[in-house]
Ligand binder design. Structure first.
Ligand code: C5P
Length: 232
């Protein structure tokens, strides 16, 4: 069982490369950001005011707890079809909306919420709570902000994927680096908020930093494959 932990800031290409890496080795793929996004989506749907000056953290925590324990949430860890659903409704697209992106840090910044999600993520990674959709796989690729440090600090492969801010903003905007900052969401603002609670801007001890600012997708993937092969 090989566990590959990949952390990094917004817009670095974690999801696409992690998914491709999982596919390459036939591993499961866990997008922990999708779990936090699903929580924010659920809280907004329940009418919780995430714009309030003082967010009701207890209400958010209870709502998130009920989302998981009440069996509303489901995630597929099949890298060919990584879907997220709530009460059977496919919310994989909805959780990528700008409304969710701008509110997600408010939810992920609440420590008791993190406790609930970290426990669920550890269970998925240990394959204890294996979603039905994907039974194969000799390993798992889990990506997020605190996988190398908190969720799976004992993972066989630990990588911090980074890129220069203007490159990440441009990737997120789907535009050239010249027009970075125009349109799209502000990745730097989300990173600033996220880095208050998780440490993903510098690599922890034993974590390999991979700066892909000047690498193509294929080159990034090749570098990750090599790191996994070296560990197997
Ligand atoms: O990776 P993605 O950009 O989809 O993550 C969405 C949000 O989920 C992040 O901005 C962060 O607030 C939260 N997150 C987190 N810890 C993780 C993964 C994501 O706090 N391990």
């Amino acid at each position: 069982m090989i566990r590959v932990a990949i952390d990094g800031p917004a817009g670095v290409g974690k999801s696409s490369t992690s998914k491709a890496l999982a596919r390459h080795f036939g591993y499961a793929y866990l997008d922990t950001g999708a779990m936090y996004r699903a929580c924010a989506w659920w809280c907004l749907k329940q009418g919780i005011d995430l714009d309030a000056e003082e967010i009701d953290e207890r209400q958010v925590t209870e709502t998130v707890g009920e989302f998981f324990t009440g069996d509303h949430f489901d995630i597929s860890v099949d890298p060919d079809d990584p879907r997220v659903s709530a009460d059977g409704e496919d919310i994989s697209e909805a959780i990528r909306s700008s409304e969710v992106s701008t509110h997600v840090s408010k939810v992920s910044g609440i420590i008791p919420v993190r406790r609930v999600l970290i426990a669920a993520q550890r269970a998925y990674i240990a394959r204890e709570d294996q979603p039905e959709s994907f039974s194969g796989g000799l390993g798992v690729v889990a990506e997020g902000r605190d996988i190398t440090t908190v969720v799976a600090p004992d993972a066989e492969v630990r990588v911090l994927l980074t890129a220069r801010e203007e490159v990440r903003q441009a990737r997120r905007n789907g535009q050239s680096a010249d027009t970075a900052g125009v349109g799209g969401e502000d990745v730097a603002a989300r990173d600033r908020a996220d880095s208050q609670v998780t440490s993903f801007l510098t690599a922890a001890d034993g974590v390999t930093t991979l700066d892909n600012s000047d690498l193509t997708f294929e080159q990034t993937l090749t570098a990750l494959i090599t790191l996994v092969e070296d560990a197997v």
